[in-house]
Design a protein around this ligand. Structure first.
Ligand SMILES: Nc1ncnc2c1ncn2[C@@H]1O[C@H](COP(=O)(O)OP(=O)(O)OP(=O)(O)O)[C@@H](O)[C@H]1O
Length: 309
């Protein structure tokens, strides 16, 4: 638990017994969780288990049909949806993307892009960005609102493994530097950021919750995903002696730049006791569950084309 969290007793958002009923069925029910300043809460669960729906309830994009959802008065929300309602056939620069929904000065745009490491791409076409660069642009857009809470719906979609590491590092440093609360939706059942304070495992209701280590050991988690999954829930954590650049390349301590990490680079993955070594150099150490594109029902506000998903 970090110091910020214990100081901040009042949650930024708090759901109790919250549920959403649509088209004759409950999409989620009995959802309880809260997010405090400086806290990272990660929602995991199978496709269609209600992760996005629960996050949207938390920030008021979808209104709960039962239960209570409370938000700190004046709460500022930065939201990166799973998909954007943008016409990708039209040319759109990164700078323009930043100001589509909020008026920002040129200086604010530059500062936000700088903060996520893509200042050099301000004039670039959004369609030409890599998956990682696009996610950074969306993060910059959300951060420019100076939110109390940042809600990130699958922030590593379309991003390769080293880009994923770099993005998790960036999310952690945003939390550390701003003290905002973070509600993260993970597309991957088996990997959560080690910095996550609380994992909420959903399956139409809250199936189990706790620290990443506790959830991986819980009978409910094992029942939902199988004992094998419990063995592979890797808590992503690493200290490293090199930097993952926004373009996915790796800068080493001696200043040299390579396309990938070296096998002996200083990553230390902690998967709390299940001692398997991940060959992340080839991106094979966990499966990705990244099939979100063809669902019949999407959100009420963020329908649109995915980007490079
Ligand atoms: N506005 C809506 N109206 C009706 N049904 C909806 C609506 N939004 C979502 N659903 C349905 O609610 C269920 C939960 O969807 P949700 O997007 O919250 O799941 P998820 O856990 O985020 O899934 P995924 O991992 O596939 O993104 C799904 O069956 C979905 O089809």
């Amino acid at each position: 638990m970090n110091a910020m969290k214990s100081r901040e007793a009042v949650p930024l958002v708090s759901l109790s017994g919250a549920g959403i009923y649509r088209n004759g069925r409950w999409l989620v029910r009995g959802v309880d969780f809260s997010v405090r300043a400086g806290e990272i809460v990660t929602l995991i669960g199978p496709n269609g288990s209600g992760k996005s729906t629960s996050a949207k309830m938390a920030i008021g994009v979808m209104k709960a049909d039962e239960g209570r959802v409370e938000r700190k008065p004046g709460l500022r929300v930065g939201y990166v949806p799973q998909r954007l309602a943008v016409d990708w056939t039209m040319p759109l620069s990164v700078r323009r993307l930043m100001t589509l929904t909020a008026p920002l000065s040129a200086a604010e745009v530059d500062a936000a892009l700088q903060a996520v490491g893509i200042a050099h791409l301000a004039g670039a076409e959004v369609q030409h960005l890599s998956g990682g660069e696009f996610q950074r642009a969306l993060l910059a857009r959300a951060m420019a609102r100076k939110p109390d809470i940042l809600v990130l719906d699958e922030p590593v979609q379309g991003v390769d493994f080293s880009g994923e590491i770099a993005l998790y590092d960036l999310i952690t440093s945003i939390r550390n530097s701003t003290g905002c609360g973070i509600l993260l939706i993970s597309h991957d059942l088996h990997v959560v950021m080690a910095e996550t304070d609380t994992v909420i495992c959903l399956n139409g209701h809250v199936c189990c919750r706790g620290t990443p280590a506790a959830v991986s050991q819980s009978p409910e988690y094992m029942r939902l995903f199988g004992a094998k999954a419990a063995q592979t829930l890797a808590v992503y954590s690493h200290d490293h002696d090199h930097t993952h650049l926004p373009d996915g390349r790796v800068q080493h301590a001696d200043g040299s730049v390579t396309d990938h990490c070296h096998p002996d680079d200083g990553h230390h993955h902690d998967d709390h006791g299940h001692a398997h070594h991940h060959d992340h150099q080839h991106g094979q150490w966990h499966e990705h569950h990244n099939h979100h594109d063809e669902r019949a029902a999407g959100s009420e506000k963020d329908r649109g084309h995915g980007h490079a998903g």
